[in-house]
Write a protein that binds this ligand. Sequence first.
Ligand code: FES
Length: 379
Amino acid sequence: LPLRLFLAVSFLAAGWDKLTDPQFFDSSAPGYIGAQLAGFAGQSPLGGFLTSVAVPNATIFGALVLAGELAIGLGALVGLFSRKAAFFGVLLSLTLWLTASWNVTPFFLGSDLPYALGWLTLLIAGAHPVLSLDGQIQKWRERQAVINEATTGETGFNPQEQAEVARRRFITVAGATVLAGAVTGVAWFKSLEDRNVSSGTATGSGTGAIGQANATSTAPATTSAPATAPTNAPSTAASNSTTAAAPATTAANSPTTAPAKPTTAPTTQVAAPAPKGVVLTPLSAIPVGSAKTFTTPGTGEPAIVIHEADGSVKAFSAICTHEGCEVGYNKSSQVLVCPCHGAQFDAKTGQVLRRPARQPLKSFQVQVDNSGNIIFVQG
Ligand code: FES
């Protein structure tokens, strides 16, 4: 009974949350179901299905999940069609595990797998014999059988029917046990695999990626200098970076260094190497303190490029490292925010500012070329 109530309330809350979320069906919002599904697609074993079927019909899929959660929750709450509700609860939870939670490591931090096994338990056990509508209906049937026996003399006992019920119960329990074992096994092996992968790349995708971002941030200081130098007067620095290339254009932030030699700026413009890569957008298309989403050339991964307040440009994967929703840029707080569970990331480094995400966002190397275009640097 406690498990049934917990599952029921959780599913009702999840359905209600979607129903009252103004972003869920709004295709222009970062919390749009289509954006979430697209975010899941890149990391899910059901990625092909999501991309080709679910994302193009995102609203229908969103509505089905919403209605499913409410119907399952309601059925479990009152104990009507309890086993059917539990069956669909298993299905929905496993689907969410294979999509939304697939990237959560270790596996026991994801919520959908425990939900699936909770529903599986309810599928085996059924609802409480008294505190459920199913139980009341069963009691009524039994009373009717007693009355029938008293009036007609028929016992209503059918050995074949009883054997069939026992056979179905055995199949249900055996199937559920095998399924639970298989799912737990998959989760366990995937978790081990993920740990191997992350221990092999943690430095690369964490420190290394941040290193890339730093390199990117210094490069634009050089390449974007021509754009900023004329407007900022000779004393203005485009950045307070102390990189080797920057000093030519960036004397310092302090006005006391105003008498910067006017001959240095042209020297940098000539020397700046043209970065190689794919043009994303002109820098001027992104106002300072704003961001734009894009898909990475080649892999098509959702990503976001930010024109920082200090003039530098940063780019990160837009896929939240918690459960794969697409993050958005919050202008006022200047952080990257995940609409699903509220994780926040530093817009300069991609580091986690607020859980539940634990891993930083993947960063991409971008530069601004002499024409003022943001270049997605390859390799
Ligand atoms: S998916 Fe959970 S916080 Fe982003």
